[in-house]
Every structure is written in C-alpha cells, then in structure tokens.
Design a protein around this ligand. Sequence first.
Ligand SMILES: [Zn+2]
Length: 96
Amino acid sequence: MKDIDFERTEYVTNRELENDEGEETGKLQMFSYDNEVFHYKLTCPYCQHTFEGEEELGSRPWWIECPECTRSTNVYRIKDKKKREIKDRAPDPSDV
Ligand SMILES: [Zn+2]
C-alpha cells in the first residue's frame, strides 16, 4: 500500500474486523483522496488472507470481497455503529 498523504485524504479508516464469532481477526486500512476511488489493504477476518487494491465505491453499503474465500466484508460507517450503540443503551440517570 502506498504511503498515505493525510493532508489530502477525504476519507480514512483503520479498524479491526470481526468474524462471525465477534472476534477481531481481521484488519482494514482504507483511504480516499476524492471519495470516489478508495485504496485499501484488508486482512480477511474469515481466512486471514491479506490483499490490497483500489476500487471505485459508490453509495453505501460498501462490500469488499475476499479473493481467497469469496466472503464479503461490509465497510460500515463507524459513526453509525456508535450512534446505534448509544441508542441501545438505557439512559443513565447520572448523565442528567
Ligand atoms: Zn477470506
């Protein structure tokens, strides 16, 4: 993977990926300079195969398919997941 020029990135993520058991066995680094072409390096959470590439991704959801086991990984918005977790949590009276 090329060095990332963070000054120019419109999108960048670096995260662990979970397998079906919820274990963080995979990894994803992805960035884009124009929100059209996305460069990524992915370690498949299902088979640990590591591959990289670049792809034009349109609107979400984004799926990246592993060439080894052909399972797809969903690149969800981290913000969305956080929001959902917060909503699922019962209100904490000490927050008030
Ligand atoms: Zn795989």
